[in-house]
Structures are given as C-alpha cells and as structure tokens.
Design a protein around this ligand. Structure first.
Ligand code: GTP
Ligand code: MG
Length: 219
C-alpha cells in the first residue's frame, strides 16, 4: 500500500515539476523579448534622440485561461498540445507614437537572428469589422535551459497610443457586457475607432512635416 501511495506522490511531484518548468520557459521568453525591446528603446534614444516606443507591457496567460482556451478550441489537454497550439501564453504589447513606428519596430524584431517569425496579422492594414487595429506577430525564440533549448512562442502586439486607447476601452466594455455589446454602443465604438484612425493619420502627417523641416535645416 505504502509503495502505491508513494508512487502516486512521485507522479504528482513530477507533474508539478513539469508544469512549473513549462511556465518558466514562457517567463524566460518574455524576459528575453523584454530585454530586446529595452535595448532597442535605449539605442533609439541614444542614436536618434527619438524613441518611438512609448510603453511596453507583458503578461503570462494564467493556467486557468490556458486550460479554458485549450478546452474551448478542442486541443488536447497535454503540455505538448498546449505548447504547439496556444501561442499567446507569453504576450508582449508595445505601444508606439506613430503608425510608421509600428512597422519600424516590427521589422527590427523580425530581423534579429534568433527570432523566427511564425505569423503576422496586420489589423492596421486590414482592421477588424469592429474597428480594432494593431499588428500582431507570433514569434519563436530559443530559451537556453540547463539541459535543453526550448523554442518558445511569444505573441507581440504593436499599436499606437490611439489604437491602444480604443482597444482598452473596447476590451472593458466587451467584458462588462459578457461579449454581447448592445448594437448602439457597438456602432459608437466603431465610430470612435474611425476617429482614432483619423487622429493617427493626422499625427503621422505632422510628424512627417517636422522631419522634413529637420532634414532641411541640417543642410
Ligand atoms: P485568440 O484565440 O483569442 O487569441 O484570438 P485569435 O487567435 O483570433 O488572435 P487575434 O490575433 O485575432 O487576437 C489576439 C489578441 O488580440 C486578443 O487576445 C486581444 O488581446 C487582441 N484583440 C483581438 N481582437 C480584438 C478586439 O476586437 N478588441 C480588443 N480590445 N482586442 C482585440
Ligand atoms: Mg489571445
């Protein structure tokens, strides 16, 4: 009897160990990408005297939401199925000043040798019907552990301040209404997304004009 109980205890310990190691790899991947973004930020500041990165936030998906997503999407409930199919366990959001900065940052990340681009969703060029805009990259990055190298997926969302302002309000309203936003509010939100788009375009124009004046003054 005692040996069965201790075997079971061993199993639970092993499962806990693998779960902790599993989540750790995502934390390390976030640390790595955060470091990369920090380097870009400081280098921009130093070299250009202009830093396009306004702020950066990152989050690890909670075990509860990982399991409920796997369940919702019908993926198997094994670590390897979760690892392969749920690619936003580690998520980073970069907020920048102008639309052109989104593509600049996106290109810089993609050109780094240890980053593999898996997927791009460009909701800036092709906004969602509700007006949501952002560029999403799914990247893969190696994490060097003591006994192996893990290739870990990270979702990077890049957006302007105006896009972020809209998305965070929409997200709050979405949850408030449990995903069923009343149609009148929905329309108003889509209108607000259009206003945010116009603001982004206007700001980009002003930014271009300032750059041209700066260039002109240098000669
Ligand atoms: P998930 O399976 O939920 O991750 O969606 P997906 O596979 O269709 O991915 P997609 O790239 O479209 O969206 C992923 C993330 O982008 C979401 O978890 C949100 O953070 C953000 N997002 C996408 N659409 C919207 C939207 O309409 N409103 C807001 N506020 N955020 C959105
Ligand atoms: Mg998601």
């Amino acid at each position: 009897m005692a040996s069965i109980a201790s075997k079971e205890l061993d199993n639970v310990k092993n499962l806990k160990d693998s779960l902790v190691r599993f989540m750790m790899t995502y934390k390390f991947a976030l640390d790595e990408v955060n470091t990369k973004i920090n380097i870009l930020k400081q280098e921009f500041q130093y070299a250009d005297d202009y830093n396009p990165i306004e702020h950066v936030t990152s989050r690890l998906k909670s075990p509860e939401s990982i399991i409920s997503k796997a369940y919702r999407k019908g993926f198997g409930l094994t670590l390897s199925a979760i690892k392969e199919n749920i690619r936003d366990i580690a998520g980073i959001r970069i907020t920048c000043s102008f639309i052109s900065d989104i593509y600049k940052i996106s290109r810089m990340l993609q050109s780094q040798k240890d980053i593999t681009l898996i997927e791009t969703k460009d909701y800036v060029k092709n906004p969602k019907p509700n007006g949501y805009r952002s560029v999403h990259l799914i990247i893969q990055i190696p994490v060097f552990m003591s006994d192996r190298v893990d290739h870990v997926f990270v979702e990077v969302q890049i957006r302007t301040i105006a896009m972020d302002f809209w998305a965070s309000l929409e997200h709050k309203i979405y949850y408030k209404y449990d995903g069923e936003i009343p149609s009148e509010l929905k329309e108003e939100l889509t209108e607000a997304a259009f206003t945010a788009l116009k603001l982004d375009e206007k700001m980009e124009k002003i930014h271009d004009q300032v750059n041209k004046i700066k260039e002109h003054n240098q000669f």
